[in-house]
Design a protein around this ligand. Structure first.
Ligand code: FMN
Length: 297
């Protein structure tokens, strides 16, 4: 790419978009697809949308011939799928996280919305083709869409929640484990410390644990949730090498607590510990979202 083309691409890239996976089938039935952010809704009557496959695509010739195609608008948490369908090296349809929709067009599971189209028109446009489709079937769910901008992928709903004003009482808590057991207080709760509005929850927790003589290596945030009395809990994960004094040990896979929110957190931890794929819970002690991203662990 010439410097001018790279600069133009960067300027185009200032326009923030969602992320889609565009799919179809070759004449022999093999599924094909690529990640695209050139998706645009075009018309309601008739229902039309467009995407722009580039001539650089290995599947370009097939998209020139196909009679149908599908567009899956990816949801937050589906960044790995976006990367898979953008990388030439990956076996895009290997993981079975897709299934056929109308006209046997592959659609990604867990999408925010999906559209199956027959081809309305193709307009050659420089090094791309404007591929316009007439929607013959579509679906959607409440999942917020994955975003894409100059700094890569983003998840707006998660960022909004993180910026929501803190409630009056915040407690920094720690889910301590040693790889086999978790450790609760004598009162069947997580070790925790109230945090002032301008204090760092992590620092407050470090100081608290040091004061208790607990040598823990603190890790990522595992849950943020609000109780019905205006209290927020920020739960960090913490690793200990030896059983901390004064705490009660429970095997990870049998850990439980009388408080339903904590009990649910312990059960989730037991599940996720098996695969070492740890997610982040954000919500209240009643309901919320378990957010998975490939880089949490
Ligand atoms: C966020 C994002 C958006 C993209 N949008 C488009 C697009 O609209 N059109 C396109 O031709 N390629 C687009 N690409 C690039 C293709 O996904 C990528 O070149 C393609 O998967 C390569 O496929 P191939 O290995 O089959 O050639 C995009 C890539 C990313 C990461």
């Amino acid at each position: 790419m010439t410097p001018d083309a790279a600069r133009l691409r960067a300027a185009f890239g200032r326009f923030m978009t969602g992320v889609t996976v565009v799919t179809s089938r070759c004449a022999d039935g093999t599924p094909i697809g690529f990640t695209a952010n050139s998706f645009t809704s075009v018309s309601l009557d008739p229902p039309l949308l467009l995407v722009c496959p580039g001539q650089h695509l290995s599947s370009y010739g097939d998209f020139q011939k196909t009679s149908h195609f599908a567009v899956s608008i990816l949801a937050e948490g589906q960044e790995a799928i976006a990367n898979r369908f953008a990388s030439s090296k990956s076996d895009r349809f290997g993981p079975k996280d897709w299934r056929d929709g109308a006209a046997d067009m592959p659609l990604i599971d867990g999408r925010a919305a999906g559209f199956v189209c027959d081809v309305f028109t193709r307009v050659p446009a420089g090094d791309h083709t404007v591929l316009m489709g007439r929607v013959i079937a579509y679906d959607m769910c409440d999942a917020p869409g994955l975003g894409y901008g100059p700094d890569g992928y983003f998840e707006l709903s998660r960022e909004r929640r993180a910026e929501a004003p803190a409630p009056t009482h915040t407690r920094a808590c720690v889910l301590l484990d040693d790889g086999a057991r978790v450790y609760l207080t004598q009162a069947n709760d997580l070790p925790m410390i109230p945090v002032g509005t301008d204090a760092s929850p992590l620092r407050a927790l470090e100081d608290y644990l040091a004061g208790q003589g607990i040598a823990a290596e603190l890790g990522v945030v595992y849950a943020i949730y609000d109780g019905d009395r205006g209290g927020r809990r920020i739960v960090f994960r913490g690793h200990v090498n030896a059983a901390p004094e004064g705490l009660v040990a429970m095997p990870i896979d049998a850990a439980h607590a009388p408080d339903p929110a904590l009990d649910a957190l312990l059960k989730r931890f037991a599940q996720e510990h098996k695969t070492q794929a740890f997610a982040l819970y954000v919500g209240s002690d009643q309901t919320g979202d378990v957010l998975r991203t490939k880089d949490r662990g």
